[in-house]
Design a protein around this ligand. Sequence first.
Ligand code: ZN
Length: 272
Amino acid sequence: MQALHTMTTLTGDTIQGVPVISQLNVNDLEPGRKHRFFFQGVQMGTGQHWYVPIVVAKGIQDGKRISLTAGVHGDELSPVDAVQRVMATLDPMQMSGTAIAIYDLSRPAKEYTQRNWPIAQKGGALIDLNRVWPGDEMGNDPPTRHAGILWNRLFKHNVDIALDFHTASTGGDFTMFIFADFRNPEIRQIAELFPIEQIKNDPGEGGSLEMAFVEAGIPVMTIEIGGPRVFDARKIAMAVEGSLNVMKHHGVIEGTIGRTSRESWNFFGGCF
Ligand SMILES: [Zn+2]
C-alpha cells in the first residue's frame, strides 16, 4: 500500500476546467489515457499560488516513467513546443510506461519572457530557478520554495528518466547540444540516442534540476534546443526525434529508432 503522502492529491480547485493537484503519483492514475492538471506551486504574496501545467500520458501497461520539462527558464520557447509535439504523438493505449510533461515551471519568468524569476525581496532580485534545486519548502525566497514543492511532491517519486529541455539565454545562441554526466553510462546511452550536434560531458551545474536528478541517482540530461525567444523548427524536430528514440529504446513506445548522434556528426566535448 502506498503511503498516504505520496498519493495524487486533488485540492478541489479547478482552473479553466483543469483540476488542481498538490501531489502527484502517476502510479495511481488511470492507465490508457492522458491526464491534465495544474500543479499547485508556491504561494504568492496575495495568497494565491503559481500553478504549473502538467500532462501525463499514462500507458496501458507499466514501464519506465519519463519526465519532459520545458520552461525552467521563461525565455525558452522551443522546449515548450518540442514537449507539446512529443506528447501529441503519444497514444497511451499503445504505451508501456508513462510520459510526464511539465511546462513553464518558472511561471512569473514566463509571463515576461525572461530567464529569471523576479522576487519582491532584496530590492526586486532576479532568481535563476535552475540554481536552486532540489529547493527547500521552507526556503527564504519563492523560487527556492517552489522548487522544493515540485521536487518533493512531483518529481522525486515519479521519474525514472528525466529530460530537461532548455535553450541558450537571451543574448546568446547554441547549437543543438546536450549536457550529460558520463559518469553514469545510462546517461551517455540516452544522450547518444538524440540526433544531436554536440554533447558536453559535464558533472552538472550546482543547483540545476539536472544536478538534483543526478544526486538522486536518476538518469537525466539537459538538452539545449538552440537559442531563446524563437521557435527553431529544425532543432525542435531533433529534440522530438531524440525523445521518441529514448522512449522506443526503453520500450515505452514501439517503433524503429530514428536518427541518433551517429547520423548528426556529433562532436563530443568535456572531460573523458
Ligand atoms: Zn534554460
